[in-house]
Each structure stands twice: as C-alpha cells, then as structure tokens.
Write a protein that binds this ligand. Sequence first.
Ligand SMILES: Cc1cc2nc3c(=O)[nH]c(=O)nc-3n(C[C@H](O)[C@H](O)[C@H](O)COP(=O)(O)OP(=O)(O)OC[C@H]3O[C@@H](n4cnc5c(N)ncnc54)[C@H](O)[C@@H]3O)c2cc1C
Length: 353
Amino acid sequence: MKQVDYIIVGQGIAGTMLSWFLMKRGFSVVVIDDGKKNSASRVAAGIINPVSGRRFEPAWLYEEIFPFAKSTYDELSDLLKINILIERNLWTVFPSAQMRDAFKAKADKETNGKYAEIPQQLQYEEYLQQHFGAAVIKGATVNLKNLLPAYREMLISKEALLDEHFELSQLQLVDNVQVTYHHITAKKIIFCDGAAAASNSYFEAIKFLPNKGEVLIIRIPGLESSDIIKKSITLVPQPDGQFWAGSSFAWDYPDELPTAAQRAVLEEKIQQLLKVPYEVTDQRAAVRPSGHDRRPIAGFHPEYPLIGIFNGLGTKGTSLAPLMADHFSRVIAGETEIMPEISVNRYFNMPRQ
Ligand SMILES: Cc1cc2nc3c(=O)[nH]c(=O)nc-3n(C[C@H](O)[C@H](O)[C@H](O)COP(=O)(O)OP(=O)(O)OC[C@H]3O[C@@H](n4cnc5c(N)ncnc54)[C@H](O)[C@@H]3O)c2cc1C
C-alpha cells in the first residue's frame, strides 16, 4: 500500500498547479491522470490577457494574478529547463467603430494606461483588414505543450504519477479519516478533472456550465509575428511558425469532437481578419470547465470532507491557476480561510431548485 497525503485526479493546469503548491508546502501527492488528448489544457493556447470582453474591463484580480503567475511559471521554467511564459503584445484589431470608442473611453483609466495603448503606426497592413485601427495590449502566453509533459515527467521521477483513468466506483472512504484507491491510501482526494467533474455524483450541487471550444491550426504564408493577433478570432503564433486560431463557444453539444459547422464559423472570422490566403492544417476541440458565475471552485465537500475539488477555471486557466492553487494549498495547510468567492460551499448553501 502506498501512503500519501493527497490523491489528485487530473493533471491539467489545475492539477499541475495544485500538486506543485501542495508539494512545496511539504505534502506528498499522487496525481492520477489518463492523458486525455483533448483536455482543455491540452487544446488551449494559454493566452493571458489583462482585459476581458467587448468593454475592455480589467480581468478579475489581475494585479495579483499576473505577477504571481509569472513568478510561478518562471520558477517551473528554471526547474524543468523549458520555456513556459512569454510576455507578448496582443495586437488587438477593432472590429467596429463602437469597439474602438469603447477602448478610447477607457484609455485614461488605470488599466488601459498600464496595459494598453493605441500604437503610433498600424502594423501588419499587408496581412490584416483593420479599417477601424488597432490597440496594443500587454499580455502573455503560457506554453502548456511544454509545461504539462515536462511536469508529468517530474512527477513520474518522484513516483507520484499514475497514468490511468480514475474510476469513482473504486474509491473508498474509510471511517471518515482516510481514502483508499486500489493500492493508495491518502488523507484526502481532490478532483482537478476539468469538465469530467460535472458528472461526479459528489458534486451534483455545483452549477457547472461547461462549454465546448473549437480551434483551427493554420499556416499563413509570409506572416511572421511574435504578437498575438486578436479580432473576433485570436491568432497565437506557434513555435513551428503556424498559428493557433480560436476559439468558438458552444453550450449545447452532443460530443467533444471537432465539427464542420464550427470550422465554418472560425474560417469566416479568419477571412474577416486576413487579407492573404491561409491553409488549415488541423482542427481541435475541448470542453472548458466553468461554473455558473465564472469563478474558480475550490474546497472540500461539506458532507464528505475527505473529498475536494479545484475546478471552474473557465476561459482563464493559465492566469488563474497559480494564485488560486497557491491559495487553496494554504487553506489546506491551515494557514488561511478560503476566499468566499471561490469556495465550493457557495453551491451547497444555495437553495435547491
Ligand atoms: C479551445 C479552448 C481555448 C482556450 N484558450 C485558453 C487560453 O488561451 N488561455 C487560458 O488561460 N485558458 C484557455 N482555455 C481554458 C483553459 O483551457 C482551462 O481553463 C483549463 O485548461 C482548465 O484546466 P483544468 O486542469 O481544470 O481541466 P483540464 O485541462 O480539462 O484537465 C483535466 C485533466 O483531468 C484528466 N482526467 C479527467 N477525468 C479523469 C479520470 N477519470 N481519470 C484520470 N484523469 C482524468 C484529463 O486527462 C485532464 O488531463 C481554453 C479552453 C479551450 C477549450
């Protein structure tokens, strides 16, 4: 029997960050991950953007979230000897005069002054349709394709990774003091299993709002850019010179597979952005794990305190995961109380419908 402090189910960005901060606080972990190819973290582009939505509102807690994410990814970058976080501009093309005006209306405010500006000169004129101009927003990308496998290798070297599908029916809660799963005994188990949590019977009270996103991988002959290019679609430069082009949103979907319908939607947006030909080389789809209020979900089940969850990272997993996982690990270590905004208890205190 292997004995650890915590079993963590899932090694997307949530399970990666939570296991990292738990180990840094001296806890032992086993991470169980089935390596699903189209998990959200394996399909995402890893963009970090300081502003959200059509009104360029500052992202939630960004002033804390970004510096913490940067220092976390930089530390892992040194440890794992890979590139992870790259600070980049988001070359943001205004799709309409209204969007440009909404941006300018915010231009004097703190966030835009600090993170965004209207450039002196338009770039990419040969390649992009930008009738209403563009703004430059300071963001970043997190290279999940480097981080997730390298971190997995580190877990394997510590004998802390099980490469298999976790079956809930095999979990046993022993006298409310420990859990066992096959040959592993732990103080508690924490689910970081992304969209799969929506079908976990322990978490039926949580109002999950999972949504499917699709992306294309495209080649744009001649266009070289280290900027992210964003209009109604976002192009993220890839190490091989291609671009990740995404993404779509669907709340009602029969399966997790790429569809011809969403490819058409994405291609229409690409054609509205590009003046030049492009070639589609791949299409991918994944489901984003989101809660109804778009805030992370962390904590232990009020009736089954051996069972925890870290989920709900929505569209912002790469920026939110480090600070939120660190916070949850401090709660677990008894150093602080959980932030009410992310506590899983908010769902169990809700009137049932
Ligand atoms: C198309 C798309 C684009 C996105 N772009 C961005 C972006 O640019 N920036 C950003 O910050 N966020 C982006 N996101 C959101 C981001 O991907 C998510 O917030 C984040 O990846 C969620 O991470 P997670 O670890 O909670 O879930 P996941 O990444 O889904 O990880 C869950 C893990 O659990 C494992 N698992 C599940 N069930 C089991 C089981 N029973 N047994 C064993 N293992 C199991 C899976 O294999 C997987 O590894 C995007 C998402 C999508 C879909």
